[in-house]
Write a protein that binds this ligand. Structure first.
Ligand SMILES: [Zn+2]
Length: 213
């Protein structure tokens, strides 16, 4: 996978982590679905909205961007073109309405690139995990039981993270485990626990969604 620049990713509105999958489900025009974003990246499966308040920062970016453009329009209308005030305000209003939708997407795109770091090799890592899976590794899913029961990768076993220390004896030392969770954060914590207890025959699978292509 060739490395892609941040500019490529911003311009084409790609996933900040892999710069491969799209952020938006549909193009902005002609249906005017401003916030039609995928829940997870179609390629690397990173969660775009990691927590509900994630877009507050994007709102601040949107205010800054729109203030800049409205002030610029006001300067052009009154300072350069020297329009009468009714026409000047009409122009500003026109730019505000037109710019709103573009700005809403642009500011979310900028914000999410600030929140989620680029991992150029993520797709290659995920392909390697799937190869291990095909070679007989066992998936250990550490999400809470309810989440696991509602949806999981076929053939996974479930030991919730908070039970892991008490249930280590259920793991076979000869088996290779691929540890997964919802976003991958709990999987990383579980790996730390397993390492502390001398289990090294394990890999970090990140989000369980990435197990199937
Ligand atoms: Zn991605």
């Amino acid at each position: 996978m060739p490395q892609r620049s941040i500019w490529y990713s911003l311009f084409y509105q790609k996933c900040p982590r892999c710069r491969e999958g799209d952020l938006w489900r549909s193009s902005l025009l002609p249906r005017f679905r401003v916030y039609d974003m995928y829940e997870t990246c179609p390629s690397c499966k990173v969660y775009y909205e990691s927590e509900p308040q994630v877009w507050y920062g994007a709102m601040i970016v949107a205010y800054i961007v729109s203030s800049f453009f409205l002030l610029l329009t006001a300067y052009i209308a009154f300072g350069i073109l020297d329009l009468p005030s009714a026409q000047g305000y009409a122009l500003i209003l026109f730019v505000a309405v037109l710019g709103f939708m573009l700005n809403a997407r642009l500011s979310r795109t900028l914000w999410i690139h600030y929140m989620i770091a680029y991992q150029p090799d993520i797709l290659a890592q995920q392909a390697a995990i799937r190869q291990r899976l095909a070679a007989g590794a066992q998936v250990l899913d550490v999400r809470p039981r309810k989440e696991f029961e509602s949806e999981r990768y076929e053939g996974s076993i479930n030991i919730p993270l908070y039970e892991l220390t008490d249930r280590l004896s259920e793991l076979s030392p000869d088996q290779h485990y691929i540890v997964v969770s919802k976003t991958g954060n709990r999987a990383t914590q579980a790996i730390d626990i397993l390492h502390q207890h001398q289990y090294t025959n394990i890999s970090n699978g990140g989000t369980w969604l990435a197990l199937s292509e």
